[in-house]
Design a protein around this ligand. Structure first.
Ligand code: ATP
Ligand code: MG
Length: 665
């Protein structure tokens, strides 16, 4: 078994039962331990489908599945259609919760086919709520409301508890909004992302028999990146593992970077309190990065005062020293980074997929994208705007959501007159008023002949059109396939004409049509991979993956492209060549943390910087611009305090701030 594992790793992999914690630094093979352990459990007789492994991203889940398959010798042997081969469940918390909720949501008063609202669905609902509460736009913006609600949900605070915990004015307003928002979701048969976790927790709390049935599906639970579990995830894990106690968690407190989303590092640090008989394994050898890179990472993280000190030794040679590069401005920075990348690809035979550009904020990648396009270097972007945010994709997906769940009003209102079908804003308002008065959905109102008969002739034709689109698509999905139903949808709505109407440029039109093609491709791929493919399943799949990336981007990645990633999205990954760009105060550390000045906020930014550095295997460049435009004007920047820390120029965490204060005087 020891093949490809060091003694400490083997120890963890060969521990076949009981609670087990692997707390170890970056690149020490924690994820490898999880993967090998799954394979080892199966070799020792655990039925594959009795194993649940939880990863942080869909990408990680996919890679783990593949790897376990290789270890067990499934590789290359593609599953035949219809063949049932028991497999471990390897997925994200969110995806697993969707499966649980599909089985039991009715126990909470949600339809089994609840829709999953993404950000823009949530915003529509939030706007509606704020209108209902007659809150002027300035007091509380939809984004504020959603942000506050999300924080509460991440701390498992329910609407009735919110007024008690609210402290600021905005929070008090939001507490009122939260209740309406939650009711709004429920009447629409919808959940947002945070609900997927929270409602699962509620389900397990309120229905012990369901909890036991769900927990009883597995004999082993393994969780990667455990340092980033929030309260709900932590409690769900405990519920799932409570009986059999075969819980293996791995993580690194120095890489805890989701405190802002409710993650709590004490879950991993206090693991022993919950599971006193837990076996703890420490891994110390880093297999990922060259010595000089690791030295830099170690030097940086020591500046965090509160941490569990760990040994992290290089097992690779020193390699090339990391570089720090200063550029005149942000344009020069992007040109120079992309210039170097082009050189590496053309002259050093480095593959594009082996290179990553890491950044902190969503505004940063634009310039790099521009330069990469100019230089004709293929690239993929993760963690930023998703494929599923494009207008035409949103429209078609809204149609699909509505067809799956006709009471989903956010989706219905999006497509009710897109493409135009005589449903004027006045008609829509009338329908909404009836719906509110009768406490039913707009779709149900549209089935009422007495009400429809009072509408204008154009609107009546519109309603009839929607009804027949609905009937045709549903029928085709039943009799044939989802792909066929998608064809019907595009033809019946004449969506291509809508694209031609909206966009004049042939290239634009082509791109937009291609996006629709991608949705069709995604449906096709989904049907090929599932025996039980249905529309509900497909929509859940894209809702979950759309959050990380569009499927098309996955494909691109396989085609060998440079990675453009936020530091958050880079967690768990590794690349031979890494560029960390924008190493400036206000970017990394983020302006929010600089402004708050709180040590714990800076510490989280430092961990983020640590995550970035430890992604690099062979070459690492930290770059910054001396000036950067803000609202169009170049403003001088201040080098990130982390640059002083990684180079050893700073000796204690406060020195940098003191020096800056001095410089200002
Ligand atoms: P992170 O903290 O970033 O999530 P990790 O601890 O999960 O890192 P892995 O991604 O599992 O680390 O491993 C890092 C790299 O080291 C991978 O390329 C892995 O294949 C390699 N590796 C791990 N253990 C060994 C080993 N015993 N021998 C050779 N290579 C190894
Ligand atoms: Mg890992």
């Amino acid at each position: 078994m020891a093949h490809g594992l060091n003694p400490a790793q083997s120890d963890a992999v060969e521990t076949l039962s009981g609670p087990l914690l692997v707390l170890a630094g970056a690149g020490t093979g924690k994820t490898r331990v999880v993967t090998f352990r799954i394979a080892n459990l199966i070799r020792h007789g655990t039925a594959p489908d009795r194993i649940l492994a939880v990863t942080f991203t869909n990408k990680a889940a996919g890679e783990m599945k593949e790897r376990v398959g290789e270890l067990l010798g499934y590789a290359g042997k593609r599953k035949k259609r219809g063949e049932k081969r028991p497999e471990p469940t390897i997925s994200t918390f969110h995806a697993h919760c969707v499966r649980v909720l599909r089985r039991h949501a009715t126990a909470l008063g949600y339809p089994a086919k609840f829709s999953i609202y993404d950000r823009s669905d949530q915003e529509s609902l939030a706007r509606e709520i704020l209108r209902l509460l007659r809150l002027p736009g300035t007091a509380l913006k939809p984004g504020d409301l959603l942000g506050i609600i999300s924080n509460w949900k991440n701390e498992s605070i329910h609407p009735d508890q919110a007024p008690m915990v609210a402290s600021t004015d905005k929070e008090h307003l939001a507490a009122a909004g939260y209740r309406r928002y939650q009711e709004g979701l429920k009447t629409r048969g919808a959940m947002d992302f945070d609900d997927l976790l929270l409602q699962t927790e509620v389900l397990f709390d309120q229905h012990p028999e369901i909890r036991d049935a769900e927990a009883g599906k597995f004999d082993h639970v393994l969780v990667d990146e455990y340092q980033d579990t929030n309260g709900s995830q932590y409690r769900i894990t405990k519920h799932l593992a409570g009986k059999h106690r075969n819980l293996c968690v791995v993580g690194d407190d120095d890489q805890s970077i989701y405190a802002w989303r409710g993650a709590d590092v004490t879950h991993i640090l206090n693991f022993k309190n919950d599971w006193p008989d837990a076996k703890i394994v420490c891994l110390e050898a880093n297999y990922r990065s060259c010595g000089a890179i690791l030295e830099m990472a170690n030097r940086l993280i020591k500046f965090n005062a509160e941490r569990h000190d760990k040994v992290l030794r290089p097992s690779r040679p020193d390699g090339v020293r990391p570089r720090i590069a200063q550029h005149k401005d942000e344009t020069k920075e992007s040109q120079s980074v992309v210039g170097e990348i082009k050189h590496l690809i053309e002259n050093e035979h480095i593959q594009p997929r082996d290179i990553a550009i890491l950044f902190r904020t969503n505004e940063q990648p634009r310039l790099f994208e521009t330069e990469l396009r100019k230089a004709d270097v293929p690239y993929v972007m993760l963690g930023s705007q998703s494929f599923f945010d494009r207008r035409e994709v949103r429209d078609i997906v809204a149609y699909l959501k509505w067809i799956d769940q006709p009471d989903d009003e956010v989706s219905l209102l999006r497509i009710i007159n897109t493409p135009s079908r005589g449903m004027s804003p006045k008609t829509v308002k009338t329908l909404m008023e009836h719906a509110v008065a009768d406490g039913v959905s707009i779709w149900q109102i549209m089935q009422r002949r007495d009400i429809v008969a009072d509408l204008s002739p154009a609107a009546q034709r519109g309603v009839a059109d929607l009804q027949s689109v609905f009937a045709d698509v549903t029928a085709r999905a039943k009799s044939e396939s989802l792909s066929a139903a998608m064809d019907t949808l595009l033809t019946r709505t004449a969506y291509a004409d809508e694209i031609n109407r909206l966009y004049d440029e042939p290239e634009d039109r082509q791109n937009r049509m291609a996006s629709l093609g991608e949705v069709a491709n995604a449906i096709g791929a989904f049907e090929d991979n599932r025996d039980d493919a249905d529309l509900t399943g497909f929509l859940a799949d894209i809702a979950l993956s759309g959050r990380e990336m569009g499927n098309e981007k996955d494909k691109l990645a396989m085609q060998n492209a440079v990675w453009l990633l936020t530091l958050h999205a880079a967690k768990g990954l590794e690349f031979p060549v890494v560029y960390m760009v924008g190493m400036e105060e206000g970017l990394l550390p983020h302006s929010r943390s600089v402004k708050s000045g709180r040590e714990e906020d800076i510490a989280e930014e430092r961990r983020l910087c640590y995550v970035g550095i430890t992604r690099a295997q062979e070459q690492l460049t930290l770059s910054m611009a001396l000036t950067r435009r803000k609202w169009g004007k170049p403003v001088p920047t201040i080098p990130s305090q982390f640059l002083y820390e990684v180079t050893g120029q700073a000796t204690n965490p406060n020195q940098f701030r003191k020096q800056r204060k001095m410089a200002r005087r």
